[in-house]
Design a protein around this ligand. Sequence first.
Ligand code: HEC
Length: 126
Amino acid sequence: MTRLLIASMLVAALGIAGCGDKTGPDGKPATTRTPPPDPNSPGVQAGKIVFQDNCQQCHQADGSGTTQARTNLRGVFGRLDEGKIRDTIVHGRNFMPGVPDLSKPERKADMDHLMEYLRWLTAPKT
Ligand code: HEC
């Protein structure tokens, strides 16, 4: 718990320090980059539960994946666009089974929260 607290404080501190940047490491102006979601926001917290129920057995609780190729989800938003990520989740890919249930209208909130959580996983961690 303490480690988590320290980690989120560091993330917050980095976020503040990064605000003055004209351009980021990706060379894009800071204003065009979406800030990472707050890990304590309701969306990220709800998405974490969806992730724990459906994904973490293969992708690990922290999204770092296993030795199996392409299971590391940290940085996935930089590699794939959101449409492709949603498509992979619903239909699966190679050794990953799809979760078609998440495409149902009544699961829309779960899917959106899952995106929030994946976005948070994507953000650089200390
Ligand atoms: C049974 C194990 C398993 C489960 C459960 C699973 N995945 Fe995967 N996932 C994989 C594997 C294996 C790959 C690599 C697929 C490939 O080789 O193309 C993958 C790939 C992905 C990718 C593409 C990563 C990239 O860099 O291309 C995303 C995004 C993803 N998974 C998200 C999820 C999410 C979100 C869930 C939960 C809804 C989930 N996965 C559940 C095994 C799993």
